[in-house]
Each structure stands twice: as structure tokens, then as C-alpha cells.
Design a protein around this ligand. Sequence first.
Ligand code: ATP
Length: 253
Amino acid sequence: MIEVKNLHKSFGGQQVLKGIDYVFERGKTNLIIGQSGSGKSVFLKCMLGLFKPDEGTIAYDGKPYSSFSDEEQRELRKEIGMLFQGGALFDSMTVEENVMFPLRMFTNQRKKEMRERVQEVLERVNLEGSNQKMPSEISGGMQKRVAIARAIVNKPKYLFCDEPNSGLDPKTATVIDNLIQQITHENDITTVLITHDMNSVLEIGERIAFLKDGVLAWKGTKEEIFKTDDKAVTEFVYSSDLFQQVRAAQLKG
Ligand SMILES: Nc1ncnc2c1ncn2[C@@H]1O[C@H](COP(=O)(O)OP(=O)(O)OP(=O)(O)O)[C@@H](O)[C@H]1O
């Protein structure tokens, strides 16, 4: 669980986050949605410790980050898995080397142990047999699965995903969404996922935080987002054809 209280962040004179209170639940896919420039990435970067909030607290399983010692900050970094937009694999490394990278960085495991763990996670993302391939030799969807394997290889407590679906066709995007959700449930991870994809909202929006101009304008579930009359949310989600079609079907049925 990640508990955010009264989070403020400005750059120069521009207030980007204006006092956000929110709880990201453990074992759930927690989505952050909102228009471009609403502050989603800045919010994520505050939780990753890349930006220092001007005001407010972020607590990881009950412990505020501001009270962490240097050692505890290092420990927290080990407990975080990150899935970057575009996958961000190392092009010059094989699939196995990519996935092994966090183990080399953060553990003292022997090669045999690391290889066994890599094998386990590659099997989990259905990529057994691809260990020695280079990223350029596999499809975009497979690259995302390698990136997921790398993000979970260290058994993270927290998984942050920045638009994990970007650049994928809708069917592959759904496979990736479902995989992230299954892994979140299986391992009881607190998963925070930024998305622009309304299909993801429908598929895995167990908890949704809607940001508007740096304010948490609405929160709820994928079931609730169809029922809300909140103007800011409806304006945003019904700009998507998919939502309009689902709403029309609901009204008919
Ligand atoms: N390092 C920075 N320095 C100055 N301003 C920044 C910095 N990072 C973000 N901003 C500003 O904060 C605002 C919110 O940006 P942010 O990237 O969080 O939006 P977003 O909701 O993630 O948008 P998008 O959906 O397009 O990725 C923008 O006006 C942006 O210019």
C-alpha cells in the first residue's frame, strides 16, 4: 500500500501537484488517468523518489519516505519494479542479460541462482526459449514481456508502469494488461499504472485515480466510472469512442 497525503509539487512558479490525497492499494491494479499535462508523470516520479515533494508525505506500507534512512531508501529501491514506456530494454544485451540486470545490481546471488530465477520469470511471461535472443529479434509484445520479467525478477512489493501498452496493437495490449494484473494478484504487489488507454481502464481498472490540473478530481472503479455524472470525468472518458460504444450498449440493454 502506498499512502499519499497532501502532495504538492511545483516547478518554478508552476504548481503541478496541488495537494493530492490518495491510497494505492496492495494486490490491486491502481490506474492513474488524466489529460496530457495533468501531472501523472510528476506524481509517479514523486513516488519513485525521483522528485522531492514540496509538501506532503508518501508512505510505503505505513512508513513515510521522509523518515527513511539512506539504507532504508536503498532497500526501498530494491522493492520497486519499474516498467518504462517503450520497454527500455538494453539493445546490446540478450533477453536473459536484460532480465538478470536487476539481480546483478541489487543482489549477491551466484550466476546459477540468477539464471534459475531468470528462467522462472521468463516462463511466467511465456517467453521460455527466448533467453539468448536479442531485443531486436523479438516482437514489440515480446519486448514488453521481457520488460515485465525484468521488472518483477527481484520480487518487488511495488510495481510502477508508465503507459505499458504504448505502441502495441489492441489485442497484444490486452494480453500485457492482463499479465500485469495477474502478476499483481499472484504476488500481492501494489501496482501503479499510468495509462491513456481507455481499453486498459475497462480491462484492469480495479482502482482509478483521475487527475485534472494537478488535483485528484475523481476516484473509483471501472464499474463506477460508467455510472458517475462527474462532469470532468465524463468529458474525459467519453472523448473515447470505446466508452461511448459501451455506454450506448448499456443504455440499450
Ligand atoms: N522536470 C520538470 N521541470 C519543469 N516542469 C516539469 C517537469 N516535469 C514536468 N513538468 C511540468 O509538469 C506538468 C505536468 O507534467 P506531467 O509530465 O506530469 O504530465 P502528464 O499528465 O504525465 O502528461 P502526459 O500524459 O502528456 O505524459 C507539465 O506542465 C510539465 O511541463
